[in-house]
Design a binder for this molecule. Structure first.
Ligand SMILES: Cc1cc2nc3c(=O)[nH]c(=O)nc-3n(C[C@H](O)[C@H](O)[C@H](O)COP(=O)(O)OP(=O)(O)OC[C@H]3O[C@@H](n4cnc5c(N)ncnc54)[C@H](O)[C@@H]3O)c2cc1C
Ligand SMILES: NC(=O)c1ccc[n+]([C@@H]2O[C@H](COP(=O)([O-])OP(=O)(O)OC[C@H]3O[C@@H](n4cnc5c(N)ncnc54)[C@H](O)[C@@H]3O)[C@@H](O)[C@H]2O)c1
Length: 471
């Protein structure tokens, strides 16, 4: 029998690599994890965590603008010093004090260069060669730089990779892209005193969300002074007298101190020498089956590098599903694509979604009813002065839930209930019959269930039966 150095080896230690190697080690397997940069990957070092830290700082400063409406004495907007060293301090603390402990049982090779395949069971890093029975590719993505004339001639273009190491908040910033990164960072920087302008080719912010959600966020941005240029073709960018100039085919000429590109992602596959292992790939990533196996059965591709859903929670979930499927006999294996993927963009208001969008239902010819409840109609939201947004659910007449979007305070928490409902095939009646703690924002989820019931009761037959029973 062939023997290997390790039971499993992970290339890349972001959320996918962390989940699969920590779980593998906890199960008693001998695990090696290779990371060319820092433990935690994009999410921890240049993604979710620093962006949320910055958003929280920005939200705290912005809260001052709401004082008078809350009958708290008016206060001038506080100045902003350099927020980035504190963010880096927190990241170091989490990496050294929290993650290092989590991975005690994993043999880690960090910061010694990128790993590459020698053959399908052997990986090289530095001058070492390591063999493993199973190999998990978890190499994530990097920012895609669109083919905009002049962009490659600008020296200090910002992306998420250098954004959280700035020496100061710029006075102004152009942002190419109105997706998740562009929107979150536009609001964070704007609230920290930077004039921000988003230019994107899509017709509304957050193009992956239901139209109404992106449009609602656009209205909030407009009120906060963030300029949004939708449906634009950028014709060129260049630097003149130290300022970045961006021109659009539609005729705008915009200028700022810095430019941030947040225009999608490209899988990180270069240097892996996938050919040596016979693993198929394309510029879109590494294709996988429902068990997250590549075309080479003992090599897996997890997280962003397979381009299925670019979220940390998906990456971690895929790590868990891949390991569980290895242990499960065939009839009990679970296809990772069957799990629903709730998501949230952490602007204020938060924008969240799960399941099918309205445009997808229309394209698939599925008949649906729309149920909506607005924050501005809910007493607790009015009292707490968080009246922007709504809960919208798309469901069949019988209450089968197809999709949900929540724009508003607390939507990141509220959306998980809809995710569970869709995954477990619950109906609106089930949501209605769950007592929701009051006055939580998720109480509005229950209101949607009640709206569905009220609409059902408009059916003349049901109305007559109900009336007869009540008399
Ligand atoms: C600004 C920003 C904000 C975000 N916010 C959120 C959010 O709020 N919520 C959310 O769910 N998602 C968010 N994301 C997305 C999230 O960061 C990714 O979905 C997640 O990090 C993907 O995890 P992963 O493990 O697949 O890859 P990554 O986190 O990208 O990790 C891959 C790792 O592999 C390493 N690597 C690559 N090649 C090699 C090699 N050859 N050898 C060794 N190591 C290698 C890399 O150095 C990296 O550390 C955000 C992303 C950005 C950019
Ligand atoms: N809160 C979260 O969950 C969160 C936060 C940030 C990032 N992410 C993940 O990171 C991924 C990447 O985010 P992103 O914001 O870079 O991409 P995105 O796919 O969300 O949005 C891309 C944006 O770039 C624009 N664009 C592309 N090419 C352009 C061009 N040539 N000119 C003008 N505009 C152009 C598009 O119109 C769109 O607005 C997302 O898929 C998301 O899953 C998640």
């Amino acid at each position: 029998m062939t023997t290997f150095d390790y039971d499993m080896l992970t290339i890349g230690v972001g959320p996918a690599g962390m989940a699969v190697s920590a779980m593998g080690a906890a199960m008693g397997l001998k695990v090696c994890a290779i990371e060319k940069n820092k433990l935690g990957g994009e999410c921890m070092n240049v993604g979710c965590i620093p962006s949320k830290a910055l958003l929280r700082m920005a939200k705290t400063r912005h809260a001052v603008t709401k004082f008078t409406a809350m009958d708290i004495d008016e206060m001038p907007l506080p100045g902003v010093s350099n927020p980035f060293p504190r963010i880096q301090e927190k990241l170091d603390y989490i990496n050294n004090k929290k993650y290092a402990v989590k991975f005690e049982k994993v043999d880690k090779i960090v910061g010694q260069g990128g790993a590459s395949f020698v053959d399908s069971h052997t990986v090289a890093v530095g001058d070492r060669k390591i063999t493993a029975k199973r190999i998990f590719i978890c190499t994530g993505t990097k920012p895609a730089l669109p083919l905009i004339p002049g962009l490659d001639g600008i020296d200090n273009v910002l992306t998420n990779e250098n954004l959280f190491n700035l020496e100061k908040v710029p006075e102004s910033m152009l942002i190419v892209g109105g997706g998740a990164i562009g929107s979150e960072m536009a609001q964070a920087f704007s609230r920290l005193g930077c004039k921000t302008m988003i230019v994107q080719m899509d017709p509304h912010l957050l193009p992956f969300a239901d139209n109404f959600a992106g449009e609602a966020l656009g209205e909030v941005f407009e009120k906060e002074g963030i300029e949004v240029y939708n449906s634009r073709m950028i014709s060129e960018v260049f630097v003149k007298e130290g300022r970045v100039i961006l021109k659009t085919k539609e005729g705008e000429s915009l200028e700022a101190e810095r430019i941030l590109v947040a225009a999608g992602r490209t899988p990180t596959l270069q240097g892996l020498k996938l050919e040596n292992a016979g693993v198929n790939y394309s510029p879109r990533g590494i294709p996988v089956n429902g068990n997250l196996e590549t075309n080479i059965k003992h090599i897996y591709a997890l997280g962003d590098c397979n381009s299925n859903h670019l979220f940390s929670h998906s990456a971690m979930h895929q790590g868990m599903v891949a390991l569980m499927n290895i242990m499960r006999p065939w009839p009990f294996k679970k296809d990772f694509r069957k799990y629903v993927v709730p998501w949230t963009v952490f602007t204020e208001p938060q924008v969240s979604g799960v399941g099918m969008r309205e445009s997808e239902l229309i394209a698939s010819g599925i008949k649906y009813d729309l149920f909506e409840t607005k924050y501005s109609d809910y007493g607790a939201a009015i009292a707490e002065q968080v009246t922007t947004g709504s809960v919208r659910v798309l469901a069949s007449k019988t209450g089968r839930i197809y999709g949900a979007s929540v724009v508003g305070e607390g939507s990141a928490e509220m959306i998980n209930e809809w995710g569970l409902a869709i995954q477990k095939k619950l109906r609106l009646a089930d949501i209605m019959m769950l007592q929701h703690s009051f006055p939580s924002m998720s109480f509005m989820n229950k209101t949607i269930g009640e709206n569905w019931m009220m609409r059902r009761l408009k059916n003349p037959w049901l109305k007559r039966i109900a009336a007869a029973l009540m008399r």
